[in-house]
Write a protein of this length. Structure first.
Length: 433
């Protein structure tokens, strides 16, 4: 079997890259060990679209991607007969926290032209009915008696009205794959990669566990939490200054407190590092509650993402939902865990790596750290820019490439996602980036 490009990973990132490369005239085969497109870590994503990042590249990429989600059919080049993912605009309130002050991202909002509102404590209480706007920093374990201490002060927030979420992350990946297939891309599912062959110091073939050998000249690693293992097969990583590791994560599903999802819609998203959680409403009466990796909690590092286990644990469920109930006192804490388990591919600074490698023809879109689903529409464009230019002689390592965003006009330095970058010291060290 022959192809010009093999993409390893059929999640939302791999499918986006497949679409952009196929549009660019490349012959593309996508390989994934799962039984369907988007069945890996994509399926567990909360799919929140927000713009709060510590770098210009992060903010401007998220703002550009939101424009694509808003025009999803146009981005795909047509509707998917199987149904279309929808962008649900709810707005997001980022509660004040000293470790990530407003001053770190508001100037970036101004530069990008992102609308926002600065709320004091009274405005937060008015705009989110039923919220407890108390300051409880730092986050504590729920079995710590100090967890129930009285608030030390009151919090305000920064509200971005254009934030929201994508209705079905797995369907979004499938939409991208359907569009890629229209341009000739092929998807091979239930196939694991066992070897990456080299010839003349670049990839020459990818071997699969069923004996299939796919000849190619370009390989793209978009394998999510399995990316480090794929890099080992390719023999790359010796010049990386940023490393990745899989981390187990849980997101709780609960009934929203009364009035939160008003009139059948979805309540605004809350990013609450003060208590160590985020919440996202769903159409109807549901709510998702996830964690923001507070220091008081154990991190679920894994040697292999296959060790994650599919069942939510009562300890994590109770911790997340109890914290959410501290912020939203009308929220009930069920006595049975319900939710999803996923695995992040976490980079040292929680910033992704979109880059070439020391092996010519081998590229990576990894370290997405649980915060890059939102950027999926532009990740394909980033990787096509890098692959087009590097394959035509550009030295992205010494002269980083720049990407001009088609919707917003922003100029994004793709060196911000380099494998050889200094670790981002301004990162929050959490999924917030």
């Amino acid at each position: 079997m022959k192809s010009e490009v093999v993409i390893i990973g059929a999640g939302v990132v791999g499918s986006s890259i497949a679409l952009d490369l196929a549009r660019g005239g490349y012959s593309v085969v996508v390989v994934d060990k799962a039984g369907g497109v988007g069945h890996g870590s994509t399926s567990a994503s909360s799919a929140v679209v927000r713009f709060n990042f510590s770098t210009w590249a992060g903010v401007s990429a998220a703002w550009e991607a939101k424009s694509a989600w808003d025009r999803w059919g146009d981005h795909l080049g047509g509707d998917d007969p199987a149904g279309m993912a929808r962008y649900v605009r709810t707005g997001l309130a980022v509660l004040d926290v000293d470790v990530v002050p407003r001053s770190t991202y508001i100037p970036l909002f101004d530069e990008a032209g992102i609308p926002y509102e600065e709320w004091d404590a009274a405005t937060l209480a008015k705009r989110v009915p039923g919220i407890d706007n108390g300051r409880y920093w730092p986050p504590r374990r729920i079995d710590d008696e100090r967890f129930w201490d009285e608030a030390q002060a009151q919090l305000g927030a920064v509200f971005t009205p254009d934030a929201g979420y994508v209705s079905d992350p797995q369907l979004a990946a499938q939409n991208l794959a359907t569009a890629a297939r229209r341009h000739g891309a092929e998807f091979l599912l239930r196939r694991a990669v066992t070897a990456i062959e080299r010839q003349h110091d670049r990839p020459s073939a990818v071997r699969l566990d069923d004996g299939t050998r796919i000849s190619c000249t370009i390989v793209v690693n978009a394998a999510g939490p399995w990316s480090a293992k794929i890099n080992e097969l390719a023999g790359v990583g010796s010049d990386f200054t940023v490393r990745t590791q899989p981390m187990r994560q849980e997101v709780a599903h609960v009934a929203a407190p009364g009035g939160y999802n008003a009139a059948g819609g979805a309540g605004i998203c809350l990013a609450d590092m003060d208590l160590g959680i985020y919440v996202r409403g769903e159409t109807g009466d549901g709510m998702l509650v996830g964690g923001t990796e507070p220091e008081c909690d154990p991190f679920g590092w894994l040697d292999s993402p296959d060790d994650a286990g599919p069942t939510p644990t009562m300890a994590v469920f109770q911790a997340q939902v109890t914290r959410a109930a501290r912020r939203l006192p009308d929220l009930g804490v069920p006595n049975r865990a319900r939710g999803v388990v996923g695995v992040y591919d976490v980079a040292d600074d929680w910033t992704p790596i979109y880059d070439r490698t020391e092996l010519p023809g081998y590229y990576v879109a990894i370290g997405t750290s649980g915060n890059q689903f939102k950027n999926a529409p532009v990740i394909g464009q980033f990787m096509r820019t890098i692959i087009d230019q590097v394959e035509n002689g550009a030295d992205h390592d010494t002269t980083p490439l720049r990407f001009t965003a088609p919707y917003t006009g922003a100029t994004i330095d793709l060196g911000a996602f380099s494998r050889q970058r200094p670790v981002n010291s301004n990162s929050s060290g959490t999924v917030m980036g």
